[in-house]
Ligand binder design. Structure first.
Ligand code: RB5
Length: 152
């Protein structure tokens, strides 16, 4: 079955969101678009939250969040327990954050990268599996940190 991807942006990136969403739809993915859908100024944490809820509930397998830089979206997303958001501007990082960090949300910035690279980042992210093994043990440490039970 094809993966479901949730995608969201703020006003700074809604056009790039459409381009990336259409690209992934054309590849056969199911897209959930949580907005925004206009240039009207809005608050990126709203869309980060809507998208993270879809990932955490299992409605979406992975998320993509785009703002001006990708940084605000990644900060907001990483406030959610169980979300591992990575802000990437290169395909090497987008691949490695799936392989090693089991990132479940990819963020990038419309004011930072071009449309072609945005689609490449999305492709690499959704196509790369988590490697598991020793990396899974490290991800488990994230969960202990979030729970306040981690001892270093
Ligand atoms: C909006 O102007 C901008 O601050 C936002 O898109 C994002 O870049 C924040 O991190």
């Amino acid at each position: 079955m094809s993966k479901t991807i949730v995608i969201g942006s703020d006003h700074a990136a809604y056009k790039l969101k459409e381009i990336v969403a259409n690209h992934l739809r054309e590849r056969g993915f199911t897209l959930i678009d949580v907005g925004t859908n206009s240039p009207e100024s809005c608050n990126y944490p709203v869309f980060a939250h809507r998208a993270c809820e879809k990932v955490l509930s299992g409605e979406a397998d992975l998320g993509i969040l785009i703002c001006g830089t990708g940084i605000g979206m990644s900060m907001a997303a990483n406030k959610h327990h169980g979300i591992r958001a990575a802000c990437c501007s290169d395909t090497f990082s987008a691949r490695l954050t799936r392989l090693h960090n089991d990132a479940n949300v990819l963020c990038f910035g419309e004011r930072v990268i071009g449309q072609g690279l945005a689609c490449d980042l999305a492709d690499v992210f959704v196509d790369t599996p988590f490697e598991g093994g020793k990396h899974a043990m490290r991800i488990a440490m994230f969960e202990e940190i979030e729970a306040g039970t981690f001892e270093a």
